[in-house]
Design a protein around this ligand. Sequence first.
Ligand SMILES: [Zn+2]
Length: 289
Amino acid sequence: MPSINPVGASVAAVLQNAANARRFPHCFLVSGGSDASRRETARYIAAMIECTGERRPCGKCRDCRKISENVHPDLTVVETGGKSATVRLEDVRAIRETSALPPGEGRARVYVIPEADRLRVEGQNALLKITEEPPEFVYIVFCAESRSALLPTMLSRLYQIELGAAQADASGKALRKAGDACRAAVDALCSADAYALAAAIRAAGKDRNDISLFAGQLRLILRDAMMRGADGFSGQPEQAERLAERFSFERLAGLMGAAEYAVEAAARNANVNLMVSMLAMKLSDAAGI
Ligand SMILES: [Zn+2]
């Protein structure tokens, strides 16, 4: 019997966190892991949205079952045409058009793009508006091997879930340490103190996971700052607000790129010392200090 197969406990916890945010995110990016695990996670998110059971996703209700069998009328999976193919522009346009219609039998329309890395720039541009202001009953899940395939403007609008990343497996203590380092880094950025910024990054920890965790949280805060507190995924709204007051959108996007760099470098097992120096330099450059 098909079932909504869970994603690892850590990813489920991240999603539960998302569910506890002021507003359940409408647009997700699932990256890392295998193609199969990304699709599984997308299905899990779709089931969380459509489920009519008590503990969502219950895996038993009509909606959960239809999603697990890939026959839910409100779930649209946008596939590419073949190995070298990209996501067709006409399919992207169809998302835009159908997203204006109310759902058929479920709570919402859910679109999944399993190979969003094959979404061309024009396709991404066509989806910018809908990711910026998604209609109340529309959700989109992008899946990609690596986030770098998506435009920064697009990335800033997505709730990002990295399979197998340090973020998903971190302990509460590690998260708090990263949070403290982020606060110190925001202080340093706002007061244009490059020396304090480098110290804040060093205080995040000595190993790759510590830096990845720090950069991952900083990225969320920057995302919230760029969205001007529209929803708030970072759990550090006051830091986001300070950044939003101090920096222009372009500067914030540059800072986001620097944090992005560190998360990806950590995933590639880059040398830690080098990564820390590069991150400090890139953040300073982006902030103009
Ligand atoms: Zn259910």
